[in-house]
Design a protein around this ligand. Structure first.
Ligand code: GCU
Ligand code: CA
Length: 495
């Protein structure tokens, strides 16, 4: 079946629900195995301290153009039946392709301008539109479901404008039409968007931070035996991996290590890199090529805190049996304070599981805090990530492509009361961007807040409830820049 966005929203939602329920009735071999794993007992962890950082200073005030005020055009009606709008109403565009809303704005000088489009979408699916500046389509914009027609959110976009008068038109690309549009905030000559972050940000910076082997000496290894010896040795060290080393079994990485590939083509295959039972583990894995391991996880973080998985290329092969490999990067048993950034994940079924079992609340609740940013998930057909209990798992500025192997493929799932913030990601050709309110497989629903995402030829990002605030400072890139910065910057060889 094609993506749900191509059929009417009511049918699409019902069909999605049916797939989901069908999966619930027959647990996969994986789900059965996960239940077995649940009986393993692990010690609980000490909670770390939150450090709240302030956000960067705001710009000068933009100019507000109300949708109901001429010369603005609304191909539809100006309504006032859903509260919370500004001015005297909002544009309820006709539910038809091409039923646009247009603003005429004035720029003091040519250059970059920042747009803030305030909208409400009380349906369960995103509505898509072309953003047309002075007659040219400059990007496609996705207005995700906001939960209710009286819940208004602002989407920030960056465009180039001429000096003087400019038309900014939102032109719906499907027969669902536009969301309701309240106003356009316009600011010309705004500071250009900041470059994407290069260093460590996110949960791995919290509760004491993650420095890997920085305090110790540096060694270079070029055989798998030497790699294992160094990785398992006590004490801080940076281990430079030179060449593609093939091994087997599990490498039990000990605390305070940085494992970093040399050049673009170094890494490890055939082995599980295990970070387990350490608080803090303080492990960094960077610039490595990593392959799926038949029957096991490629990287496993279990009952351990403080890890940064950065700029790696993790790729496998698509086998007919989804259980041929296990996880690519699984984070379980109360693991905490983890950042996963700038990785390429490619050709894998069960990519990244956070929380292994519906019955593990005791160990997992209050932990499993993970940030995923600027990763490229390409043909990774499930779990990017699938999260149980963890809050707030922060998924921002990732690029998802071709997650459409079959009708069960999906990018993100929040289940078992997990809390996810899914922010400014790009989804292209993704069967279902997010599950949350419907639960997933035999797991109960989780919570999920979505904002500023872009969906193209993709099923909806299902939202549900609210989530705890993010305690660390970060600046999400404008979603319009994400695909190019991720495809240029993610993976091994890009450090
Ligand atoms: C409802 C809602 C409108 C909205 C419309 C739509 O009718 O009340 O405000 O514009 O749905 O689906 O576009
Ligand atoms: Ca409408």
């Amino acid at each position: 079946m094609l993506c749900p966005g191509k059929v009417t929203k009511a049918i699409s939602y019902a069909a999605s629900w049916r797939w989901n329920m069908a999966r619930a009735a027959v647990p996969t071999p994986l789900e059965s195995m996960m239940r077995l794993k649940a009986v393993l007992a692990c010690t609980s962890l000490l909670a770390g301290t939150f450090i709240a950082l302030s956000q960067p200073a705001a710009h000068a005030a933009p100019t507000r153009y109300e949708a109901e005020t001429s010369p603005a055009v609304c191909t539809g009606t100006i309504d006032s039946n859903h509260s919370g709008y500004s001015g005297s109403g909002f544009c309820n565009g006709n539910n038809a392709t091409g039923a646009y809303a247009q603003f005429t704005v004035n720029a003091g000088a040519a250059g970059t301008a920042t747009l803030g489009v305030r909208f409400a979408n009380g349906t369960t699916s995103a509505r898509t539109a072309d953003l047309v500046v002075n007659g040219s389509t400059v990007q496609s914009v996705s207005f995700e479901a906001t939960g209710a027609w009286n819940t208004w959110v602002t989407k920030t976009l960056t465009v180039s404008v001429n000096s003087g008068s400019n038309t900014i038109r939102l032109n719906p690309t499907t027969s669902n039409g536009l969301p309701n549009i309240d106003y356009l905030d316009f600011e010309a000559g705004g500071t250009p968007p900041p470059p994407p972050p290069g260093g460590i940000i996110g949960w791995a910076t919290q509760g004491g931070g993650t420095t890997g082997g920085a305090a110790g000496s540096t060694v270079t290894v070029s055989t798998f035996a030497d790699f294992r010896t160094q990785a398992q040795a006590a004490g801080a060290r940076t281990i430079l991996v030179n060449g593609m080393l093939s091994g087997s079994g599990t490498v039990e990485i000990s605390a305070n290590k940085t494992i970093r590939g040399v050049g673009a083509n170094s890494g490890i295959s055939g082995t599980t890199l295990n970070i387990e039972d350490m608080s803090p583990a303080n492990v960094i894995i960077q610039n490595m090529n990593i392959r799926g391991v038949p029957g096991n996880d490629a990287i496993q973080i279990e009952n351990a805190t403080h890890a940064w998985i950065d700029h790696n290329t993790l790729s496998s092969t698509i086998e007919s049996d989804p259980d041929y490999y296990d996880g690519m990067l699984d984070i379980t048993h109360g693991a905490d304070y983890i950042t996963v950034s700038w990785n390429v994940f490619r050709n894998h079924w069960k990519n990244s599981l956070v929380g292994h079992s519906d019955s593990n609340a005791g160990e997992d609740r209050g932990h499993l805090r993970v940030t995923y940013h600027h990763n490229w998930f390409d043909r990774t057909f499930e779990r990017n990530p699938r999260v149980r209990f963890g809050e707030t798992v922060h998924v921002f500025n990732n690029y998802y492509s071709n997650i459409n192997h079959n009708t069960s493929s999906y990018a993100i799932a929040s289940v078992m009361d997990a809390g996810l913030l899914v922010e400014a990601n790009v989804f292209e050709n993704v069967q279902q961007a997010c599950w949350s309110a419907s639960g997933y497989a035999d797991s109960d629903p989780g919570r999920l807040v979505a904002r500023n995402n872009s969906l193209t030829n993709s099923g909806p990002c299902e939202i549900n409830g609210s989530v705890a605030a993010i305690p660390y400072g970060y600046t999400a890139e404008n979603v319009g820049a994400v695909k190019s910065s991720v495809t240029a910057g993610a993976g091994a060889g890009k450090l």
